[in-house]
Design a protein around this ligand. Structure first.
Ligand SMILES: Cc1cc2nc3c(=O)[nH]c(=O)nc-3n(C[C@H](O)[C@H](O)[C@H](O)COP(=O)(O)OP(=O)(O)OC[C@H]3O[C@@H](n4cnc5c(N)ncnc54)[C@H](O)[C@@H]3O)c2cc1C
Length: 407
């Protein structure tokens, strides 16, 4: 019997247990979970709906880490379609929204119930309120809380959202086996910017193309709904850029927002001149100039951003003013000053150095029969179902390696 300990009952740990127990190999699985129940984070995913995967979640360019091609083989060996097929075969159907998949019930609890109950039915021993702080290896066996195991899987996540369980203690376990941890950054999180204008836009949502620049070089662009807040910006496109922001905010980093990506500056200018020639209200001041094009408050803030008094009569605006307003609608620049920390971040970028793990089996190259899967590794994906797919694909890889390993 292959006695396997899984440290962490999150998405990757639970799925690894299921895959092991469904294999033909004689396996005994014990899950050690520090919280009072498994899978707390799963309940918070996708705003409570659990964005479980993404049709692009086998594309390597949507994943990051010091070795960006490391996850390739693992994602190809258990693709989003493999996950969808497995869940569907088990009775858990999904619904698709654009490229994202959610449980048909639209409840993250469905995914957690499935994983937890399946573990129980298959006979996994689940030990909650069991934070593991020390693992010893002697005579080829791992010793955890006085129990002996042949295999150990570290599936304890990163250090983001520690109230949901993952407090970074898994890194210490790996370090005790001489594994190195790459620098850690909060990612998929809100971005802090200079806030003179974002404060005035607090609560406003607007579709925009966001581009992040470091030392004037464009690093990444993303389109979607941005939400303005006291501290800066939030929303899906801000989340996607947050990793670059976290790593570079001290490095002349700014975000440029384009509120009318389908229009050129010239087209916007023509639009503004149309309004000036055909006023829809009288007297028309700069305050209302952009009302027919953009969210009213956003339009006013852009006017202020150009240094123009919003009470100024539009007929007093110079061609240079109109040019500048049109330009600023497409280049609304905010200096990045930081990101919200690990407490609010959805994931941790960085983690266990992947050079020290086999890219097919995820077995440690330093310690036989020690494995890691999920977010603890230095692999992270975009917002939109990529990180859960990594948790499942990597758990699958580990389970195949252990179950296929000759006793
Ligand atoms: C609010 C929020 C929303 C998210 N939404 C999505 C989404 O919609 N789609 C998506 O793809 N991803 C989403 N993510 C990211 C995704 O949830 C994680 O990447 C994924 O859960 C990682 O799985 P994991 O098993 O590696 O780690 P975790 O899910 O963090 O699980 C680790 C488990 O290990 C336990 N543990 C930690 N240390 C120890 C220890 N020393 N001893 C015992 N147990 C320990 C923890 O309590 C935890 O239960 C979201 C994350 C957050 C925080």
């Amino acid at each position: 019997m292959k006695k396997t300990a899984i440290i962490g009952g999150g998405a990757s740990g639970l799925f690894c247990a299921i895959m092991l127990l469904e294999s033909d190999s004689p396996v005994q699985v014990t899950i050690f979970e520090k919280m009072n129940r498994v899978g707390k984070k799963i309940l918070a995913t996708g705003n409570g709906r659990c964005n479980i995967t993404n049709e692009n979640a086998d594309k390597i360019d949507r994943f990051y880490g010091e070795n960006p091609i490391f996850p390739k083989e693992i994602l190809q060996n258990f693709t989003p379609q493999n996950l969808i097929d497995y869940l569907s075969k088990s009775g858990l159907i999904l619904r698709k929204e654009n490229d994202k998949y959610y449980p048909f019930s639209e409840q993250a609890g469905t995914v957690l119930d499935f994983l937890r109950l399946k573990c129980e039915i298959l006979g996994a021993k689940i030990l909650v309120n069991n934070k593991i702080e020390r693992i010893k290896k002697s005579n080829g066996k791992f010793i955890i809380n006085g129990q002996e195991f042949d295999y150990v899987v570290i599936a304890s996540g990163g250090k983001s959202s520690p109230h949901l369980g993952s407090d970074g203690s898994g890194y210490k376990l790996l370090e005790s086996f001489n594994h190195k941890i790459t620098p850690l950054f909060p990612a998929i999180t809100q971005i802090k910017t200079e806030n003179k204008y974002t404060k005035q836009l607090k609560g406003i949502k607007a579709d925009a193309n966001l581009s992040i620049f470091v030392k004037n070089a464009l690093i990444r662009t993303d389109f979607g709904q941005v939400l303005f807040a006291d501290y800066g910006i939030s929303g899906p496109p801000a989340f996607q850029l947050s990793q670059v922001a976290a790593k570079n905010y001290n490095n002349n980093c700014y975000i440029s927002l384009d509120f009318m990506p389908d229009f050129s500056v010239k087209q916007i200018k023509n639009q503004i001149y149309k309004i000036i020639k055909n006023p829809f209200t009288y007297p028309i001041t700069a305050e209302n100039l952009l009302t027919l094009m953009l969210n009213k408050r956003l339009g006013q803030v852009i006017i202020k951003f150009c240094g123009i008094n919003i009470n100024q009569d539009i007929y007093e605006l110079s061609d240079k003013n109109i040019e500048e307003i049109s330009y600023k609608i497409k280049n609304f620049k905010l200096k990045v000053t930081g990101v919200n920390g690990f407490n609010n971040a959805q994931i941790t970028a960085g983690g266990a150095n992947t050079d020290e793990f086999d890219s097919n089996t995820l077995e440690s190259k330093l310690v036989n029969n020690l494995y890691a899967c999920g977010e603890i590794l230095d692999v992270n994906g975009d917002c939109g179902g990529f990180n859960l797919q990594w948790a499942f694909s990597s758990a699958y890889a580990v389970s195949k390696a252990i179950s296929g390993d000759a006793e």
